[in-house]
Design a binder for this molecule. Structure first.
Ligand SMILES: Cc1ncc(COP(=O)(O)O)c(C=O)c1O
Length: 248
């Protein structure tokens, strides 16, 4: 919810990104602008029934200001609220230990996906033994038990692929290589866009260049086609937010 709203968000009201989200779910959520610690603080002061804050530590193309994650961690501690990091994209990518390691801010729960499955369907949760005990009826007790199962849960092929991928990532210099590839991709995109005379700004982090590079540009269809052609020639896949396009 409110991940990439197509219209101006009316904070703190959550805006559904998809059809099929019941009003009851909307009513259970509050949203704050990313990197706005004051907004997070005032929401926690106004609402004493907040169970958890969930955030991507790198919000798509917006890197977190160092004080934002630290400050949110401190606010969660102060208000006894669980902090959840969605590290589906950043886990094993920004660094081996994900954004939490890179920023030195440890969430109560962290979600992982993508790299952890080495290209196969797999997702995982990381939390303290106390929190994880809720998934085990024999430990947490029947009244605190949370059902956690699925067709692909514990898929051995994905598990093997993920373990191998992670083993490779642990090798010497792998993250330097990843960042260097990311830098090269960004440079190629910049060059292609400059050649096409398109004003642009590349956002995100080089280690996630493929996933996060986006262009904050206003361009028409002809420019988009020129950019795609140039991108194809340079083996660059431009990822654009088409909602920003202004057809001429
Ligand atoms: C940041 C982020 N969170 C969550 C998801 C959803 O993950 P899953 O497909 O494992 O439900 C995605 C999917 O692309 C994602 O990019």
């Amino acid at each position: 919810m409110s991940l990439a709203p197509a219209k101006q968000v009316n904070f703190p009201q959550a805006v559904p990104d998809s059809a099929g989200i019941p009003q009851g779910v909307l009513d259970q959520m509050l949203t704050a602008p990313f990197n706005d610690l004051e907004a997070v603080s005032s929401l926690l002061n106004e609402h004493n029934d907040v169970a958890a804050i969930i955030a991507e530590p790198l919000q798509r193309i917006i890197p977190a200001q160092p004080w934002f994650l630290e400050g949110t961690r401190a606010l969660c501690d102060k208000h006894h609220v669980l902090l959840i990091f969605d590290e589906i994209d950043t886990g094993f990518r920004l660094a081996y230990g994900g954004a939490q390691d890179r920023n030195g801010v440890i969430p109560g729960i962290c979600t992982l996906g993508k790299i952890i499955g080495g290209g196969f369907p797999l997702a995982a949760l990381r939390a303290s033994a106390e929190i994880m005990s809720h998934f085990d009826k024999s430990v947490g007790g029947a009244d605190k038990w949370l059902m956690q199962l699925g067709t692909l849960s514990g898929n051995p092929v994905a598990g093997a692929a993920g373990l191998k991928t992670i083993e490779i990532l642990r090798g010497d210099g792998q993250y330097d290589r990843l960042r260097s590839f990311g830098q090269q991709l960004q440079d190629m995109q910049t060059e292609a866009l400059n050649q096409a005379g398109i004003a642009h700004r590349i956002c995100g982090h080089i280690s996630s260049a493929i996933g996060y590079c986006s262009f904050q540009i206003q361009f028409g269809q002809a420019e988009l086609i020129a950019m795609l052609e140039l991108g194809a020639r340079n083996a660059v896949i431009p990822l654009c937010d088409t909602r920003l396009n202004a057809p001429r």
